[in-house]
Design a protein around this ligand. Structure first.
Ligand code: PLP
Length: 393
C-alpha cells in the first residue's frame, strides 16, 4: 500500500533502536550492559503511586478536559512560581501526553510548509523528525565541543532567515548534559527578540543538575522573553514517571489554545489517573529528586573517571541530565573503523555493551552513554570498552 509521504522518511528513534537490539541480545542469553536508557532506573515514589490508586478508586477514570484537569494546571502554575519565579494562568498551560507530545503538538500548531526551526546540534533525536512531520524544516547549528556544546549568539543570528519561526534551547541538554547560564541565555534571547523568533525551551532535565549551577529558564530573564518563550517540561525525568506520560507546555494562550484544540481531536486528554498522580507529584513538600540526584551525581563522577582513562576517548564533564557524550573518534579510527556507528556496532557484538551512536544526535564523532544503571554496571561497561579499545589497537 502506498503510505503517506510524511512517514516515508521518518526514521525510528535511534535510542529506542539500540535499546531494542540490546534487549534482543539479552533474550538470547547474552550478558548485555545497556547504556542506551533514556529514563531514570528508580521507581516512581510511593506517595505518587498511592495518589494514582486513590484516583482509580474514587472514579477519576473518565475523560478530562483536553488540556488537563484544572487542579493539575494550578499545581503546575504553582511549581513555575516556586521554582522559576514565573507566573502563568491555567489558560497558559496545557497538560500533554508526555513532554514529547507537547513538542509534537507545538510544531503542528506553529509551522507551515518550509517554516524553519533552528535546532542546535547535538540535539535530542525527536526534534528534527517532529519538525519535518509538521512540514517544517530543521536548520542545524553545530554547537562546538570547545564551547561546551553550546551555540553562540553569532551562530544563532547567522542561521536566522525570514522563514525562521523558532529556536530550540534544551538545557540541561540531552545528549550532552550541558547547561546555559543566565548571561548566555540573555544574549541568545536578545537575538530572538530582535528577529521575532519564538524560543522553545525544553526544560525536562531541570531537576537533574549535579553542580552548583542554577537552572535558568529563558522565560525568567525578562517579561519580553517570557512572551517569546514556550516552556516544555514534565514529570517523566524529575519524578521517575516516564511511563505515566504526563508533560506540559506553558506560554501565550495564542499558542496554548490551538494546542488544546488539537488535543481535543487527537488524544482527547492525557490519562486521567496519571494526571492525578502528577498532581500528587507537584502538591507535596517532599523532594523526590534528592536521593536520585545524589546517586546520579556519584555515578557521573565514577563514569567520568573511568572513561577519561580509556585511550582515544575524551569528554567534557556534563552538569546535568543522566548522560555523558564523549568524543570517541580517535579511538574508533585507531581501532580501524571508518565511522563511530561501526565502532558502536562492533562493541555491542564483541563486548555486549550498548551505547547510542552520536550520529542520531547530529554529532557523528560522539557516543551517548546513560548512567541510569547501577555503579557496578558502569564499572563493568567501562572495563569492557577499555578492553575493546586496547584489543583493537
Ligand atoms: N525532551 C528531551 C530533551 C528528552 O530527552 C525527552 C525524553 O527523552 C523528552 C523531551 C520527552 O519526555 P517525555 O517522556 O515526557 O515525553
Amino acid at each position: 500500500m502506498e503510505l503517506a509521504n510524511r512517514v516515508k522518511s521518518l526514521t525510528p528513534s535511534s535510542t529506542l533502536a539500540i535499546t531494542a537490539k540490546a534487549k534482543e541480545l539479552k533474550s538470547q542469553g547474552y550478558d548485555v550492559i545497556g547504556l542506551g536508557a533514556g529514563e531514570p532506573d528508580f521507581n516512581t515514589p510511593g506517595y505518587i503511586l498511592k495518589a494514582a490508586e486513590y484516583a482509580m478508586l474514587k472514579g477519576f477514570t473518565k475523560y478530562t478536559p483536553s488540556g488537563g484537569i484544572t487542579e493539575l494546571k494550578q499545581a503546575i502554575a504553582a511549581k513555575f512560581s516556586r521554582d522559576n519565579g514565573l507566573t502563568y494562568s491555567s489558560e497558559e498551560i496545557i497538560v500533554t501526553t508526555g513532554a514529547k507530545h507537547a513538542l509534537y503538538s507545538l510544531f503542528q500548531v506553529l509551522l507551515n510548509k518550509e517554516d524553519e526551526v533552528i535546532v542546535p546540534a547535538p540535539y535530542w533525536v525527536s526534534y528534527p523528525e517532529q519538525i519535518k512531520l509538521a512540514e517544517g524544516k530543521p536548520i542545524f547549528i553545530n554547537a562546538m565541543e570547545e564551547n561546551e556544546f553550546k551555540i553562540t549568539p553569532d551562530q544563532l543570528e547567522a542561521a536566522i532567515t525570514p522563514k525562521t519561526k523558532a529556536v530550540i534551547i534544551n538545557s540541561p541538554s540531552n545528549p550532552t548534559g550541558m547547561m546555559y547560564n543566565h548571561e548566555e541565555l540573555r544574549k541568545l534571547g536578545e537575538i530572538c527578540l530582535k528577529h521575532d523568533v519564538l524560543i522553545v525551551s525544553d526544560e525536562i532535565y531541570e531537576k537533574l543538575i549535579y553542580t552548583n549551577d542554577k537552572h535558568v529558564s529563558m522565560a525568567e530573564i525578562s517579561d519580553q522573553l517570557k512572551d517569546h518563550t514556550i516552556i516544555i517540561n514534565g514529570v517523566s525525568k524529575s519524578h521517575s514517571m516516564t511511563g505515566w506520560r504526563i508533560g506540559y507546555a506553558a506560554g501565550s494562550t495564542e499558542i496554548i489554545q490551538p494546542m488544546t484544540n488539537l488535543a481535543s481531536h487527537s488524544t482527547s486528554n492525557p490519562t486521567s489517573i496519571a494526571q492525578h498522580a502528577a498532581l500528587a507529584a507537584y502538591n507535596t513538600d517532599e523532594d523526590p529528586n534528592a536521593d536520585m540526584r545524589e546517586i546520579f551525581s556519584k555515578r557521573l563522577e565514577l563514569l567520568y573517571e573511568l572513561l577519561t582513562d580509556i585511550p582515544g576517548i575524551s569528554l567534557i564533564k556534563p552538569k546535568g541530565a543522566f548522560y555523558v557524550f564523549p568524543n570517541v573518534w580517535e579511538a574508533a579510527t585507531q581501532n580501524g573503523f571508518n565511522t563511530v556507528d561501526d565502532w558502536v556496532e562492533a562493541l555491542l557484538e564483541e563486548e555486549k555493551v550498548a551505547l547510542v551512536p552520536g550520529s542520531g544526535f547530529g554529532s557523528p564523532s560522539n557516543v551517548r552513554l546513560s548512567y541510569a544503571v547501577s555503579a557496578d554496571s558502569l564499572k563493568e561497561a567501562a572495563k569492557r570498552i577499555k578492553r575493546f579499545v586496547i584489543n583493537h589497537q
